[in-house]
Write a protein of this length. Structure first.
Length: 320
C-alpha cells in the first residue's frame, strides 16, 4: 500500500494504459467484423453480377439498347392506337349548372322526337318522360362540379346509341343502364325499365391509359334490325365493344297458331296463301363498353382532348 502511495502516478498511468489497450482491442475487433461483413457483401454482389451476366439474355449494352428501342416502339404504338379510341367531343360551351341542365333537356327532347319519327316506342318515365338514365338529374338545378363533364360525356354516348337504334328502326327501347359517373348516387330507381344504373364501375387500364364505361341496352326488334344495330355499332366513330347479346322472345309477342286442314279423300284447294313461318319479335339485351382515354386530372373527370382525327369539333348534343 505504501508503494502504491509512493508510486500513485505510475499506478494511475498504468490503469489508463490498460484501459486504452482494452478499448483499442475492442475497436480492432469491431473493425475486423465490419470488414468481414463488407467482404461478404462484396462477394454476394459479385456473385449476383456474375449470375446476371450469365443469364440469357444478359443485360449487356446491346440488349439494353434493344430493350430501350422496343420500349420506345411500344410507347409509339400505344399513342397511335389511342387515335382509334377518340374521346367525346368537348362541350360546345363551358359546363355549369345552367348549361348542363339546358343540354340535358334539349337532348332528351330530341331523342324522344327521333324515336317518335320512326315509330320506336320508349318506356314511360315516372311522372315525366323517360330520361335515358338521367332521371336523377331531371329535377335538381345544382350538380357536383366533378360530375358535369362525365355526365355530359355519358349523355353524348347515349345519344350515339340512340341514333344507332333509330337508324336500324328497332321496334321499341325498353331501357338503358350505365355505370354511375363521379358525384352520382348509383342507387337503383324503378323508373325507366327497372333502374338507370349498373352494379359495376368503369375500369381503367393503367398501361394504356384507357377507361371502359359499361352500358346495358335492352330493346325489341326482328333479326334484320338486330343485324343493323350490330353493324352500326361496329362502324361507329367511337369505340363500342359489344359483348354477346342475350336474345329471347319478346313478352308481348306469341307465335301465331297454324291451322292444319284435316285429310279427306277429295283434294283440298287452298283459297289463299297461308303463313307457315312467322318470325317472332325478339327482346335483345346488349352489354357493351365504350372505350375512352383516361380522364385528365382537373377537368371534372373528363378528357381534355379534342375530337378524333379528321373530325371537326362537335358539342355533346350534336350529331354522332
Amino acid at each position: 500500500m505504501s508503494w502504491i502511495k509512493r508510486n500513485l502516478a505510475l499506478v494511475i498511468s498504468g490503469a489508463i494504459a490498460l484501459g486504452l489497450l482494452g478499448l483499442g482491442g475492442w475497436y480492432f475487433w469491431s473493425a475486423v467484423q465490419k470488414n468481414n461483413s463488407i467482404d461478404n457483401e462484396i462477394n454476394q454482389t459479385k456473385a449476383e453480377i456474375d449470375r446476371l451476366l450469365n443469364m440469357e439474355p444478359s443485360p449487356n449494352k446491346t440488349n439494353l439498347d434493344t430493350a430501350k428501342r422496343e420500349t420506345e416502339r411500344l410507347t409509339a404504338f400505344i399513342a397511335e392506337a389511342k387515335r382509334l379510341f377518340p374521346p367525346s367531343p368537348p362541350p360546345a360551351e363551358p359546363l355549369n349548372n345552367e348549361s348542363f341542365k339546358s343540354l340535358l333537356e334539349t337532348t332528351v327532347n330530341d331523342l324522344h322526337k327521333q324515336a317518335a319519327n320512326v315509330g320506336i316506342k320508349v318506356p314511360p318515365g315516372v311522372d315525366a318522360p323517360y330520361y335515358f338514365t338521367f332521371d336523377q338529374q331531371r329535377l335538381p338545378v345544382t350538380f357536383p362540379p366533378e360530375s358535369l363533364r362525365p355526365l355530359s360525356e355519358r349523355l353524348h354516348e347515349i345519344r350515339v346509341m340512340m341514333s344507332i337504334l333509330v337508324k336500324s328502326r328497332v321496334n321499341s327501347l325498353n331501357y338503358i343502364r350505365r355505370a354511375a359517373a363521379p358525384g352520382e348516387r348509383s342507387q337503383s330507381n324503378m323508373g325507366g325499365g327497372g333502374g338507370d344504373y349498373l352494379n359495376v364501375s368503369p375500369r381503367t387500364n393503367a398501361e394504356t391509359g384507357m377507361v371502359q364505361w359499361p352500358y346495358e341496352v335492352n330493346f325489341d326488334c326482328f333479326t334484320m334490325e338486330l343485324g343493323g344495330v350490330l353493324e352500326e355499332f361496329e362502324k361507329s366513330h367511337y369505340a363500342f365493344v359489344v359483348k354477346a347479346p342475350t336474345i329471347m322472345p319478346a313478352e308481348e309477342m306469341r307465335a301465331a297458331p297454324v291451322r292444319i286442314q284435316p285429310r279427306t279423300n277429295a283434294p283440298v284447294v287452298p283459297t289463299a296463301l297461308q303463313t307457315v313461318i312467322n318470325e317472332r319479335l325478339m327482346r335483345v339485351t346488349l352489354r357493351l363498353d365504350v372505350i375512352k382515354p383516361e380522364p385528365v386530372q382537373g377537368q371534372g373527370g373528363g378528357p381534355n382532348r379534342g375530337p378524333g382525327p379528321g373530325r371537326g369539333p362537335r358539342g355533346p348534343g350534336g350529331p354522332p
